[in-house]
Design a protein around this ligand. Structure first.
Ligand code: C5P
Length: 402
């Protein structure tokens, strides 16, 4: 089995003698089905030529942050978004120090700051440099931020020393890269995701809507696709690009959203991240409503309930594994658990939209996932991309046991 089938790996090559193994690593990653793009530091180029890595990866090697031609082809932000995993091998003491400090003075370190992907380091350096407290505290700091560390191994070194600091062999690094995706495996599953707000028309120029940006649903779609799922993303009106490998269906109202979801069934997993309007105007005026002085200062708008998309799909005989969101401003966990029962869900994701740094329209989120046994699993505040990946891993795990 190709354990990295369709996975996108940015391989960062730092300046160390172990860079000679990076050529082999490109081969091993591609053997496992991965697409590989290589980024080299200035130091890396002193040890191995870009031409070698270009030939092996099948793509031009990315070298400079400020190269207009390269940026026009695939810029650093694009590359950061493209990656499912950034693997730096060899990761020198200098690269680690720069990453620990958040320095962005070359293409590789800038890309690491910009990416939402998993990041793995394969350290390679002299044993004394690895043991140095500065390097050790950088490693500690980076581990705390969620960086994976592959190695180093101990043994004889190019400089004649013996000790820890040898880069792992290419074969082992490729296996470790594959392990990064193991928990995320949704290969062969159809994942249906709703996202964004809905718009409920009042008349031809006005509508009722809400503050949902769609960012969480889109991040989930991207993470599910990255995990190998076939993804259908049914979204209300948002200003977001369609993630790669995702089938997007644009809708406007709640009733459209339900119809689009029903058309997309059957699905193995449903994640309802949309902020669906609970009510819509009973009648949509065919002409723009005018101010009517005979009716005083007020205007009465009669609203009727919209269908509950999530509850409707979660009640079908062919119901998917159903995951809802509860965005609340108070009594978060109590309201969320009630919704889990009322809508017949497998999981509910509770998020506190009263906190302005998370939830609606923000870049970050912090969530608590509640299951049918009412166990609570908290995920600390981080970018919506990272939360999405953690949530997809959690769902994949539950699905396996389901
Ligand atoms: O009941 P409430 O709107 O708070 O429930 C939120 C959850 O239900 C979300 O997952 C949301 O996407 C879903 N929902 C839905 N259709 C509705 C209302 C909510 O799918 N009409």
């Amino acid at each position: 089995m190709q354990r990295l089938f369709r996975k996108r790996i940015v391989l960062g090559v730092g300046g160390g003698i172990a860079a000679y193994k990076s050529a082999e690593l490109v081969r091993r990653l591609r053997d496992q089905g991965a697409e590989v793009r290589v980024v080299m530091t200035q130091g890396g180029r002193e040890f191995i030529t870009p031409l070698t890595l270009q030939a092996l990866s099948g793509h031009p090697v990315h070298l400079d942050l400020l190269d207009p031609a390269a940026e026009a082809a695939m810029g650093h932000i694009e590359l950061a978004r493209w990656a499912d995993l950034v693997l730096i091998a060899p990761a020198t003491a200098d690269v680690m120090a720069r990453l620990a400090q958040g320095v962005a003075n070359d293409l590789l370190t800038t890309l690491v700051l910009a990416t939402d992907a998993q990041i793995a380091l394969a350290p390679a350096m002299n044993q004394a440099m690895w043991r140095d407290p500065a390097t050790q505290s950088n490693a500690e700091l980076l581990r705390g931020r969620g960086f994976h560390f592959f190695g180093p191994a101990a043994g004889s070194q190019a400089c004649g020393d013996v000790g820890p600091g040898r880069m792992l062999e290419a074969e082992e690094l490729a296996q470790r890269a594959a392990d990064c995706f193991q928990v995320l495996d949704l290969t062969g599953q159809h994942v249906l995701i709703t996202a964004g707000p809905t718009q409920e028309n009042i008349d031809p120029v006005r509508y009722i809507t809400n503050h949902s940006s769609g960012k969480m649903g889109f991040a989930l779609a991207e993470a599910a696709a990255e995990a190998g799922a076939r993804v259908t993303l049914v979204t209300g009106p948002v200003h977001l690009p369609t993630p790669d490998r995702v089938t997007r269906v644009d809708v406007v109202s709640a009733r459209d959203m339900l119809a689009a979801c029903e058309a997309a069934m059957p699905a193995d997993v449903l994640i309802a991240a949309a902020a669906v309007a609970d009510y819509r105007p009973e009648v949509v005026a065919s002409q723009k409503l005018k101010k009517d002085p005979t009716k005083g200062d007020g205007l009465l708008l009669q609203l009727v309930r919209n269908p509950d998309i999530l509850a409707t799909l979660a009640q079908r005989a062919d119901r998917p594994f159903s995951v809802g969101f509860a965005a609340e401003t108070e009594n978060l966990l109590e309201y969320a658990s009630r919704k889990l029962k009322d809508k017949n869900l497998d999981l509910i994701v509770a998020n506190d939209v009263a906190n302005p740094s998370i939830g609606f329209n923000s870049e970050e989120n912090a969530i608590t996932v509640i299951d049918r046994e009412l166990h609570e699993n908290a995920f600390a505040q981080t970018s919506k991309g990272k939360i999405a990946r953690q949530l997809i891993a959690f769902i994949a795990d539950r699905l396996k046991r389901h």
